[in-house]
Design a binder for this molecule. Structure first.
Ligand SMILES: [Zn+2]
Length: 418
């Protein structure tokens, strides 16, 4: 039955019908899904606004999404936008294309260590690692960091590398990405020998293909009902849009399993493994950042009341003031995200715009940044600006325009990008 439900469901069921030639029971169309394998990497950030990504996830009725991105910026944007939905994982990649080099790259390790000092996560990964590469110094250090920071490893690895990682720690847990692309027999083999391994089914479209499970997969799930979880694997930008379809497709084959097992795989296994870790780390992070008094933890109104802040750049217009903060150095031709805290009479603000230009060249940026309002009160509003790209070195000017009924207030700041 696809009718008698809110408008989104007929569409989802219609999709399922066309793909699988059957429309599953209505009850299951609401089954929440935990998507344990999402990436929102730099190219996705440029192509799909974060607010759209969150919409897509809500359309898919995701309980939560474990997100890791190259670089970490995308994860951070999503987490700030929807802290109820996003569980952050720390990927050791600064750009796409580091899958084969990170484990011998000191820079990748420094990058991970730097982010761990700054942010809280639930996992380290997804990283790619095979065979005896797991014995190298950098992967060994990653296992230590996982233990020191209460993090689960998310490993795109063969069974050999997973076992080598496990052998380096008595406590570390591993989410085995894509279940190693192994067949059910080999997956069972690893799970039977190690209680600290869970397996995600990302990019395993053969599982439940056509809406039914093969005997081998069904037996595997029945033998290990607590160890499997779902994932879309949005490794390319266009796959962000595949999240709802992936969830709908999974619901079809999950409906062929006993309800408890279906719920386990749909979201409970991921939830039970990841959420306690994330809750603990998140709470530790709140305490730390309050103590540190960093720009991120200063509330909007506090920031508006301050005269100076070492972590924020001040802009002033006739009626409004603003503080700009960014978590990463601004680099030529890299999409930058900044947070703007606007101070003044917010009820009067009709529109808020930002542009970057080069005064000496008479031209601006070629990219239109995406503005998302994160919060607002009477006297302060916070905006996330994504996709700000300054494509060459030189003198740049940031221009913020606050459009109010009685005119436009322009706030400007010039700076040199090297
Ligand atoms: Zn992946």
């Amino acid at each position: 039955m696809c009718i008698n439900y809110k408008t989104i469901i007929p569409v989802a069921c219609g999709l399922v019908v066309s793909v699988f030639m059957l429309c599953t029971v209505q009850a299951n169309s609401e089954l929440p899904i935990a998507d344990a394998h999402v990436h929102y990497s730099h190219d996705s950030v440029e192509l799909t606004p974060p607010s759209r990504v969150i919409e897509i996830m809500r359309e898919a009725n995701l309980k939560f999404a474990l997100v890791s991105s190259s670089d970490d910026n995308g994860t951070e944007i999503l987490r700030n936008l929807a802290p109820d939905l996003i569980v952050p994982g720390l990927r050791p990649y600064r750009r796409r294309g580091e899958t084969q080099s990170w484990f011998t790259d000191e820079g990748a390790l420094k990058y991970v260590e730097g982010l761990l000092r700054k942010n809280k996560y639930a996992t380290i990964g997804e990283f790619h690692l095979y065979g005896d590469s797991a014995e190298l110094d950098i992967p060994r250090r990653i296992v230590e960091l996982a233990d020191e920071n209460n993090l689960i490893l998310h490993a795109h690895s063969d069974a050999d590398a997973v076992e080598r990682l496990l052998a380096q720690s008595e406590t570390v847990k591993v989410i085995w990405a894509h279940s190693g692309f192994d067949d059910p027999e080999d997956i069972a083999n690893l799970l039977s020998r190690h209680g600290r391994v869970w397996a995600d089914l990302a990019f395993r479209s053969e599982v439940g293909s056509g809406g039914t499970l093969s005997k081998a997969w069904r037996e595997l799930f029945e033998a290990y009902p607590d160890r499997f979880m779902l994932g879309t694997d949005t490794y390319t930008p266009e796959r962000m849009y595949y999240i709802p379809e992936h969830a709908a497709g999974a619901r079809v084959w999950l409906a062929t399993l006993p309800q408890e097992l279906a719920e386990n795989i749909a979201w409970k296994n991921a939830y039970n493994l990841i959420m306690p870790v994330w809750e603990k780390n998140r709470q530790a992070g709140n305490v730390n950042s309050e103590n540190a008094g960093s720009a991120n933890s200063v509330s909007d109104s506090n920031l508006c009341n301050s005269e100076q802040n070492d972590n924020a750049l001040a802009l002033a217009g006739d009626q409004y003031r603003a503080w700009l903060t960014t978590n990463e150095p601004i680099e030529v031709s890299q999409a930058t995200s900044i947070t703007v805290t606007l101070c003044g009479d917010i009820s009067n603000v009709e529109r808020f715009e930002i542009d970057a230009s080069m005064p000496s060249h008479g031209h601006g940026t070629n990219y239109k940044p995406e503005i998302t309002q994160l919060s607002s009160s009477d006297s302060a509003a916070k905006y996330q600006i994504d996709g700000l790209v300054m494509h060459m070195p030189g003198m740049w000017r940031w221009e913020l325009q606050v459009v109010a009924p009685d005119g436009v207030d322009t706030l400007m700041k010039e700076f040199v990008l090297e």
